[in-house]
Design a protein around this ligand. Structure first.
Ligand SMILES: Cc1ncc(COP(=O)(O)O)c(C=O)c1O
Length: 370
């Protein structure tokens, strides 16, 4: 059967950048653009980063171990036990190219083609494309509601604290997820990249309740302001992590060891950074919430306000296009779930406070003129 020039179903199904349409409107703005759309940070990573021995030739030019650089893996075994209450050995740790890669390999390891991955929604946008890339069917269900299960369901994905709305699972919600997963023999894919940024509640890892079936993903990008280094990791039962390790091995071979050295430096010397960043982000959250005229609940964790534009338009896009024309970018709600199109996500950690104020003032002026 002739294939060329058709692409695969998965190659076509994965969505392109969600910002393309807004960038056209941004092009009409001549002043300084304020990027509130991306989950970034304006903070510099922990100072220990500058002490990293980047120039060790063995690290820079030789292949590394597919599972991860030994000293980082050992440090994460200890971190998992002490900070998360998750008991793993090195066999239950896998270093990946950011949380994104860890999640992609985990979906591939846990779900077969045509099986369903339940997404507690609103959800981090890339998880849907990751499912589609592996020919897995994403099924959006409300974050705090019942979890419908079909014979095709393989796993439940949840982020806590959540991106985009900062929601954190309550004890009841954690128990409900675990009960459903145990009853129907499902995997749990717990995205905990924002573990360090819970402001109003304590972060609890789902794996403490169901270690036998939970893969937990963390990221140095979020915890330690090292997004560009692309280091994340997955923890879980040895057999599942073993499968994820094979998929990491067959996609990138190993994560660059130089980057893992920088991650270890942050982990070892970064406690003061985490405390300071949490205080600063919390203040930015409060500041953004009180300045913005549009409705948004105060998020208990994370890095974003989940803004409700339904008072102005059932579809956020016409409003976001006007906001883009005023030099501010927000992330459109439809990327976070099919039923989320009246909302948009505003990141309060990506720019310093006076720029955040200026961005919000511009949004307020656009809304006042509608
Ligand atoms: C909920 C969530 N999971 C995973 C990731 C991916 O993290 P990384 O940058 O380490 O790939 C992000 C990044 O924004 C995120 O918000």
């Amino acid at each position: 059967v002739a294939r060329f020039p058709s692409l695969s179903t998965a190659g076509n199904a994965v969505p392109a950048s969600i910002f393309a349409r807004l960038r056209e409107h941004l092009a009409t703005f001549e002043g300084d653009v304020i990027p509130l759309q991306i989950g970034d940070t304006h903070l510099a990573p922990p100072a220990a980063l500058t002490d990293v021995a980047w120039t060790d030739p063995a690290d820079l030019y030789a292949y590394g171990a597919p599972g991860g650089w030994g000293p980082l893996v050992e440090a994460l075994v200890a971190k998992a036990r002490v900070k998360n209450g998750i008991a793993v050995t090195a066999a239950g740790v896998q270093i990946a190219v950011g949380g994104t890669h860890a999640l992609s390999c985990a979906v591939q390891a846990l779900c077969d083609r045509g099986e369903e991955l339940v997404l507690l929604t609103p959800h981090w946008p890339l998880i849907k494309g990751i499912a589609l890339a592996h020919s897995v069917v994403p099924v959006e269900v409300p974050f705090a509601g019942e979890i419908p299960v079909t014979p095709r369901t393989a796993a439940i994905y949840v982020a806590t604290p959540n991106n985009p709305d900062g929601a954190m699972l309550s004890a009841e919600a954690r128990a409900r997820i675990v009960e459903t997963a145990r009853r129907d023999d499902l995997w749990i894919l717990s995205d905990e990249v924002y573990e360090d940024y819970g402001y109003d509640a304590e972060h609890v890892s789902l794996a403490t309740l169901a270690p036998e079936r939970t893969i937990t993903v963390f990221s140095f990008a979020k915890s330690y302001a090292q997004a560009g280094l692309r280091v994340g990791y997955a923890l879980g039962p040895d057999a599942a992590i073993g499968a994820i390790r094979k998929l990491v091995n067959h996609s990138v071979y190993n994560v660059p060891v130089a980057m893992q050295r920088a991650a270890l430096a942050a982990l070892v010397g970064g406690d003061a950074f985490l405390a300071a960043a949490r205080t600063r982000y919390r203040a930015a959250r409060d500041r953004a919430r009180s300045r913005l005229v549009a409705p948004a609940e105060l998020p208990p964790g994370g890095a974003y306000l989940w803004v409700d534009f339904s008072r102005w338009s059932p579809d956020c896009m016409p409003v976001l296009e006007k906001i883009a024309a005023a030099g501010v970018l927000l992330a459109p709600g439809w990327a976070f779930g099919d039923a989320c199109g009246s909302h948009a996500r505003l990141c309060f950690t990506g720019v310093v406070e006076d720029r955040l104020d200026e961005g919000i003032d511009r949004i307020n002026r656009v809304l006042a003129a509608l």
